[in-house]
Design a protein around this ligand. Structure first.
Ligand SMILES: NC(=O)c1ccc[n+]([C@@H]2O[C@H](COP(=O)([O-])OP(=O)(O)OC[C@H]3O[C@@H](n4cnc5c(N)ncnc54)[C@H](OP(=O)(O)O)[C@@H]3O)[C@@H](O)[C@H]2O)c1
Length: 265
C-alpha cells in the first residue's frame, strides 16, 4: 500500500459515495470523480483522464450502466499504469461468456478483483425505482420473479477490503443479500415500514423503457425482463467469502431507510 489517493470512479454514485466515505473514515486519501466533481472525469472525454489519474494509487472502477460494455477500460488502464483495480461488474454479466469490461480489467491490471452484485436494494431509495416509491406507484416488468437484492453498504465493504487489504487479488465475488424476494414483496415491505400506501403495478418491458430517458431505459427493461424469468433467484456467497460475515438483509435496509418516525406523544 502507498499513501497515494485511491481513485473512485462514479464517486457520487450509490457505491462510489459509500466507498469514499469508508476510505475517508479510515483516514485514507481518496479522490472521488465523475462528470460532476471538482476534478472532473468523463469516460467520453479523454482530455479529463490525466488530471483525474494524476498521483493516484488503487482504482475503484465503476462503468456507468448506460455505457455497459462500451467504456474504454483498456485505454484508461494503459494511461493509468500498473495498479490495483477493483471492478464493479454485475451478477449474470457472464451469461454469454466473459464480458469485455471484466476481460479488459483482468488483462490490464496486475492486481484485480471483480465484484458481481445482484440488484441493489438502494435502487428503491436512490436509484431508478425511487421516484415510483415516492409517488406511491411503482410499475415494473418483473412479474413475480425474485432476486436476492444486495445492500450497497455490503458492496462498499467488499470494495474497500479489496482496495486496502491483501488476499482479494484474482477473486471474482458474486454479491447478493441472504434471501431472494419478489419486487412486489419488496415494495410491500417498504410500504409497511414507511406507513404509506405504495402500489406495485405490472407493466411490459416496452412500457417501462418509455419511463426512463435514453439508452438506460432499454437496458433496464431487458434486465428486468430477466428478473421475470427468475435469472437472479439465488443467493451468492461473495460477502461471506470476502468479509467472513453474512450479508445485510433487505429487511435491515428497509428498516434503516424507510421506517417512519416514531409518533410523538
Ligand atoms: N444498480 C444496480 O442494481 C446494479 C446492479 C448490478 C450492477 N450494477 C452496475 O453498477 C454500475 C453502477 O450503476 P448504478 O446504477 O449503481 O449507478 P451509480 O454508481 O449510482 O451512478 C453512476 C455513476 O457514474 C457516473 N457517470 C455516468 N456517466 C459517466 C461518464 N460518462 N463519465 C464518468 N462518470 C459517469 C455518474 O456520475 P455523474 O453523472 O456525475 O457523471 C454516477 O456517479 C453499473 O455498471 C451497473 O451496471 C448496478
Amino acid at each position: 500500500m502507498t499513501n497515494a489517493p485511491i481513485l473512485v470512479l462514479g464517486g457520487l454514485g450509490k457505491t462510489g459515495r459509500r466507498v469514499t466515505d469508508r476510505l475517508e473514515a479510515r483516514g485514507l486519501a481518496v479522490r472521488p470523480v465523475s462528470r460532476s466533481t471538482p476534478i472532473r472525469f468523463d469516460w467520453a472525454d479523454e482530455s479529463t483522464w490525466d488530471a483525474a489519474l494524476a498521483g493516484t494509487g488503487a482504482l475503484y472502477l465503476v462503468p456507468p450502466a448506460e455505457r455497459w460494455g462500451t467504456t474504454p477500460i483498456a485505454r484508461l488502464l494503459a494511461r493509468a499504469g500498473q495498479r490495483r483495480v477493483v471492478l464493479l461488474s454485475a451478477r449474470g454479466a457472464d451469461f454469454a461468456g466473459e464480458p469485455v469490461h471484466e476481460r479488459e480489467v483482468r488483462e490490464n491490471s496486475p492486481e484485480w478483483t471483480i465484484l458481481r452484485p445482484s440488484w441493489f436494494a438502494q435502487n428503491f431509495s436512490e436509484g431508478e425505482f425511487a421516484a415510483g416509491i415516492g409517488a406511491g406507484r411503482l410499475a415494473l416488468p418483473t412479474g413475480d420473479g425474485r432476486d436476492a437484492f444486495v445492500d450497497a453498504e455490503d458492496i462498499a465493504d467488499v470494495a474497500v477490503a479489496a482496495l486496502t487489504e491483501d488476499g482479494h487479488a484474482g477473486q471474482v465475488y458474486e454479491l447478493s443479500g441472504p434471501q431472494p424476494l419478489s419486487f412486489p414483496d419488496a415494495v410491500a415491505r417498504i410500504a409497511e415500514a414507511s406507513g404509506r400506501r405504495i402500489e406495485f403495478a405490472h407493466c411490459t418491458p416496452a412500457e417501462f423503457a418509455a419511463t426512463v430517458p435514453g439508452p438506460l431505459g432499454e437496458l433496464l427493461a431487458t434486465l428486468l425482463a430477466g428478473v421475470a424469468r427468475n435469472v437472479g433467484d439465488h443467493v451468492s456467497d461473495g460477502v461471506r467469502r470476502a468479509l467472513g460475515r453474512e450479508p445485510r438483509s433487505f429487511g435491515d435496509f428497509v428498516a434503516r431507510t424507510f421506517a417512519s418516525e416514531p409518533v410523538q406523544a
